[in-house]
Design a protein around this ligand. Structure first.
Ligand SMILES: NC(=O)c1ccc[n+]([C@@H]2O[C@H](COP(=O)([O-])OP(=O)(O)OC[C@H]3O[C@@H](n4cnc5c(N)ncnc54)[C@H](OP(=O)(O)O)[C@@H]3O)[C@@H](O)[C@H]2O)c1
Length: 270
């Protein structure tokens, strides 16, 4: 699609959650290049404001920043009310994070629940609020960032993988339900991507296989919107998930668990 066709199809305004860094920041840049006005949200306001200043100057678009902690249902409610007032044609529901990799039973219950709210419940609520408007207008698009971990079982990352599995099931079900309504829905399931996220979960960069740049991940995701319900960037990621799905379940879980435990151990000893 030409840049101008993007705003005709999904414009005038795009919402990007988790826009302060990583894949979300790259989505914001690519959509600014295509002429979208943007609503950017995350918790780190100074980063959002710096991106706003740069994109407005470079692309002559308008950027609104809304500070929101997706772990807090009241703040998610406020966010959806605010964006319902705007003419949002494209939503990139990208924000998310993982608690430190390791044993599920070592993670405090409050930390688990906060992650489930940010990774699973907040995107579900944003979808429930904004999709009806798009369906009524018979135009719009939604990209949700999951993870390859949402497509299989990953011991030692059990809670994060489960939070993404919820999203994968929800989004692909929605894709089917709205497929004739003029609204495109895509589940993006990246593998290792070169952002702040892996290190925050205790995995060092040298343990990441087939690591991809966040700009490439975002660009490829946009190219798959309206083409498929699900997209995993990177051939090695697609092969790995394909293998896990082919193997007998016990072997598949053992293989992903072994790989995760090894990456955690090597990251800790580095
Ligand atoms: N990097 C990878 O290897 C990888 C692989 C598969 C999937 N993913 C997924 O890709 C998405 C983007 O992550 P990334 O890799 O780009 O990492 P990142 O640079 O850490 O970006 C995460 C974004 O989500 C926002 N965020 C996190 N917790 C939030 C909360 N409670 N409320 C509101 N915003 C929150 C962060 O903003 P603030 O901190 O400013 O709030 C940031 O903008 C996530 O959903 C992640 O699970 C990443």
């Amino acid at each position: 699609m030409e840049n101008s066709q993007w705003t005709q199809r999904y414009g005038p305004t795009a919402l990007v959650t988790g826009a302060s860094s990583g894949i979300g920041e790259q989505f914001a840049r690519l959509l600014a290049q295509r002429g979208f006005d943007l609503v950017l949200t995350a918790r780190r306001e100074p980063l959002l404001l710096a991106i706003k200043e740069e994109l407005e100057r470079e692309f002559g678009i308008s950027v609104t920043c809304i500070v929101c902690d997706l772990c807090d249902p009241d703040q998610v409610g406020h966010l959806t009310q605010e964006v319902l007032r705007l003419d949002i044609g494209l939503v990139i529901s990208n924000a998310g994070y993982g608690v430190a990799k390791g044993a599920y039973l070592d993670i405090p219950p409050d930390a688990l629940e906060a992650m489930y709210r940010a990774n699973s419940l907040a995107p579900a609520r944003i979808a429930r609020a904004l999709l009806p408007v798009m369906v009524a207008q018979r135009r719009g698009g939604f990209i949700f960032t999951g993870s390859i971990e949402g497509d299989a079982v990953f011991p030692w990352s059990t809670a994060y993988a489960a939070s993404k599995a919820f999203l994968h099931s929800l989004v692909q079900g929605l894709w089917y339900e709205v497929r004739d309504s003029g609204v495109d829905v895509l589940l993006l399931a990246p593998g290792a991507t070169d952002t702040e996220a892996p290190l925050k979960q205790g995995i060092s960069r040298d343990q990441l296989v087939g690591i991809m740049s966040p700009a490439v991940v975002a660009e490829q995701a946009l190219a798959h919107l309206g083409v498929a319900p699900h997209f995993t960037p990177g051939l090695s990621n697609r092969l790995f998930i394909g293998l896990l799905r082919l193997l007998p379940r016990k072997w598949s879980i053992a293989l992903s668990g072994y790989g995760m435990q090894r990456a955690i151990g090597k990251s800790r000893s580095a």
